[in-house]
Design a protein around this ligand. Structure first.
Ligand code: SF4
Ligand code: SF4
Ligand code: SF4
Length: 329
């Protein structure tokens, strides 16, 4: 078995599991490894104590990826498009929901377990779907799924049009205005910022490290490994200990598998839902009836154009910048 928790990682390293994952997608190169296979995470809700060490770890390791918007914001067009600004001192500190500065939060629910009322907690973030509508339907190719099961949004290409959030069954990606490629194009017409979400620490995984939220959890709530092994382990625990599974079949299958002490219908009734606070309801495969070939034909030219424009603009920026600023984020 190559399932890894914080403790087993300290013994074996992620290289064992990492060797089973791969990407032939050139973006980002750091996520490429040697062999095929999707990695999934198992989140055992029964172990979580709500300490938020995972949230703090996520914020710390991803701080350099967070948006630093230019202000004042350009006039929005059409005017019904609202500014989404999480960059103020107070809003950056919001931890009870997903934001562009908080890719993971702890959700709470009051449920009855073995006849006793209990408050339980669990980490929520992107599910890393196997057939992600956010990536399949992004008109600019900014959201991509890698072969190692990670879905990420490339901040240099994203125009913040929010399509990924609209088609995501859990409304995961969150927008920040005043940052990204749209500022270089037509600020009033070409988008509204950049969308942000968990990228499952793709750069850490590529270097043989655990995602920060897994590494820092004192209760070993999360386990990471090849998806087939994670699914088998989830079913073993569910059968032996009477737990319930979410994420295996939802939206056609995801790479985030939850184990709960109560049915997910019950959990879903109790969680606080709304913007930035995902549900635990059943989800059908959003892409089941999509014509993938037609989609690919439509998306490819735009993706290429966006990437090309991005490269030109970045090259121009580099030429204008002093050497100390000439680096990739
Ligand atoms: S660090 Fe672990 S125990 Fe603490 S809130 Fe996160 S998942 Fe739960
Ligand atoms: S949960 Fe939403 S944002 Fe994450 S991969 Fe699935 S569709 Fe995309
Ligand atoms: S995998 Fe990385 S980016 Fe995703 S929630 Fe965990 S620490 Fe944050």
């Amino acid at each position: 078995m190559t399932l890894l928790t914080r403790r087993s990682f300290l013994k074996t390293g992620l290289a064992t599991a990492g060797a089973a994952c791969a990407s032939q997608v050139p973006l980002p190169a750091a996520a490429q490894t040697k062999n095929d296979g999707e990695l999934a995470t198992l989140i055992d809700i029964r172990k979580c104590v709500g300490c938020e060490a995972c949230v703090e770890a996520c914020r710390e390791v991803n701080a350099a990826k967070y948006p630093e918007p230019e202000k004042p914001f350009p006039k929005m067009y059409p005017s019904r498009v609202k500014v989404a600004d999480w960059s103020g001192e107070d809003k950056r500190e919001v931890r009870d929901r997903l934001t562009p500065y908080n890719w993971l939060f702890i959700q709470w629910a009051t449920v009855v377990v073995d006849g006793e009322e209990q408050e339980i907690s669990f980490p929520r973030r992107c599910m890393h779907c196997q057939n992600p509508p956010c990536a399949d339907l992004c008109p600019w190719g900014a959201a991509r799924k890698l072969k190692n099961g990670i879905t990420l949004i490339h901040a240099d290409i994203c125009l913040g049009g929010r399509k990924c959030q609209v088609v995501c069954p859990w409304d995961i990606p969150q927008r920040q205005t005043g940052v990204g490629l749209y500022l270089d194009l037509l600020p009033s017409f070409a988008g509204n910022g950049v969308m942000y979400k968990c990228d499952r620490c793709y750069n850490r995984i590529a270097q043989g490290e655990l995602p920060a939220c897994i590494e820092q959890c004192p209760e070993e709530v999360q386990t990471i490994g090849p998806r087939s092994e994670i699914i088998a382990e989830a079913h073993r625990i569910a059968n032996e200990e009477g737990a319930y599974i979410y994420g295996e079949k939802e939206n056609g299958g995801t790479n985030t598998i939850y184990l709960s002490p109560v049915p997910f219908e019950t959990l879903n009734r109790s969680v606080d839902k709304g913007p930035g606070k995902p549900h635990f309801a059943p989800v059908e495969d959003q892409m089941a009836h999509a014509d993938n070939m037609a989609k690919a034909m439509l998306i490819a030219p735009f993706a290429g154009l966006a990437a090309g424009v991005s490269r030109v603009i970045r090259a121009a920026r580099r030429a204008d910048e002093p050497p100390e600023d000439n680096h990739e984020a």
